[in-house]
Each structure stands twice: as structure tokens, then as C-alpha cells.
Design a protein around this ligand. Structure first.
Ligand SMILES: [Zn+2]
Length: 115
């Protein structure tokens, strides 16, 4: 696989909805034992699909690309995934975005400290 193909794959991934992303190399968590149910960081969660408040949160390692072209880097992130216990719907929300932003800030701090 050459560099162009890799870039194209990353572009394709960005445009995919979460549920279409192939997680076969990072197995999806099926065992939700110990997940916090119904609330996360003091917030009440609600399933966007069925409205249920019985929602589990599980954290999954989910590295993501930051930047583009030759300067692009993969940043580590542990993303909170929500799963509705009632209907099985899974999604990510603003907390996932916050985790990615924090990873970017960490990365930028490291880059700047190298100068
Ligand atoms: Zn639901």
C-alpha cells in the first residue's frame, strides 16, 4: 500500500458514520461489566435513538489522525463510547470530541517545547 492509498483510506474513514467503521483490528467491547450506567461525569445520558436513560459508557482506545499531508500524525485517544442498554444503539458524543481536543493540545504542547 503506498502513501496515496493510505491517505485515501483515512479520508474515506473520516466520511464514514461511526457505525460503519470497521473495528475488527480493535475489537469492539462486548463485555460492558463495570461500565458506569446512566450517567457520565455528572451528566444524565439519553439514547438518541429510543430516549432511554439506561446508558452504559465504555472507554475504547481509538487513535485518530491530526493534520494532513506529510505533517499528519496519529494521536492516541481513549474515547468514551455510549451504549443504550434498552435498544443496543451505540454512539459517541461531545465527550469524545473533548478527548480528541485534549490529545491535540497535548501534542501541540510537545511540539512547541521542542522548538
Ligand atoms: Zn436506545
Amino acid at each position: 500500500m503506498d502513501e496515496e492509498e493510505v491517505k485515501q483510506q483515512i479520508e474515506d474513514l473520516k466520511n464514514l458514520p461511526d457505525e460503519k467503521i470497521d473495528t475488527s483490528d480493535i475489537p469492539e467491547i462486548k463485555d460492558w461489566t463495570g461500565a458506569v450506567r446512566g450517567k457520565y461525569a455528572g451528566k444524565t445520558l439519553q439514547c438518541p435513538d429510543c430516549g432511554s436513560h439506561v446508558v452504559d459508557t465504555h472507554h475504547v482506545a481509538n487513535p485518530f489522525q491530526y493534520g494532513s499531508g506529510p505533517k499528519a500524525v496519529m494521536l492516541p485517544a481513549i474515547i468514551p463510547y455510549r451504549k443504550c442498554v434498552t435498544c443496543g444503539f451505540q454512539w459517541t458524543d461531545s465527550d469524545a470530541e473533548a478527548v480528541r481536543e485534549a490529545a491535540i493540545n497535548e501534542y501541540l504542547k510537545k511540539v512547541q517545547s521542542r522548538v
